[in-house]
Design a binder for this molecule. Structure first.
Ligand SMILES: [Zn+2]
Length: 185
């Protein structure tokens, strides 16, 4: 058993990179320690004020780890969970039909191709939409309703989206992670 020491250790999470230094997931620090002990990862960064100590040793809590080995992990890309708030983040809180910005409570999700006509509930068929446009569109496609879709909906890329998700959830992204994201937070 290890005892813990340091500030808000419970909130310490580790960013996991694949062997190409691309962020692929976020794990609890305990998981990162197991990966470290199992020699599955190299530790690139540690939290400077958080330590875990066993009877004989102290360990700095890993902040960024990189998976060892190529190949298998290469294509393992973090998938961003499809849900309402993540769609809003992807669309920058802009109604995709009237192109105006709205607070989350005034936005809803809209199926570009209506669900009753076979439209899927997926990243590529669901967009952020204000309630007014949603009502006006009804069960039509954007073309039929005379709407100009702001951009074609796609599955968001993690490098672009992950920092935004942190901001959205009012979580602070650990400064030590920032250099590993392509976009500037
Ligand atoms: Zn609108």
């Amino acid at each position: 058993m290890y005892s813990m020491q340091g500030n808000s250790l419970d909130q310490c999470k580790a960013l996991v990179l694949n062997s190409y230094y691309e962020p692929i997931r976020i794990v609890a620090w305990q998981r990162a320690m197991l990966l470290m002990f199992g020699e599955k990862v190299d530790v690139l960064e540690t939290y400077t004020n958080s330590f875990v100590h066993s009877v004989s040793q102290n360990f700095a809590v890993p902040a960024v780890v990189r998976l060892r080995g190529f190949g298998r992990v290469k294509n393992k890309v973090l998938r961003i969970k499809f849900c309402r708030e993540h769609v809003f983040v992807r669309d920058d809180y802009l109604c995709q039909y009237c192109h105006k910005e709205f607070p989350p409570r005034e936005l809803t999700l809209d199926h570009v191709m209506p669900a009753y006509r076979g439209g899927k509930t997926s990243w590529t068929n669901v967009v952020s939409c204000c309630k007014r446009c949603n009502q006006r569109k009804g069960g039509r496609t954007p073309d039929e309703a005379g709407f100009n879709l702001l951009k074609k909906p796609i599955m968001p890329k993690v490098n672009q989206t992950m920092p935004d998700l942190f901001v959205y959830k009012r979580l602070e992204i650990p400064p030590i992670w920032k250099q590993y994201f392509a976009s500037v937070v």
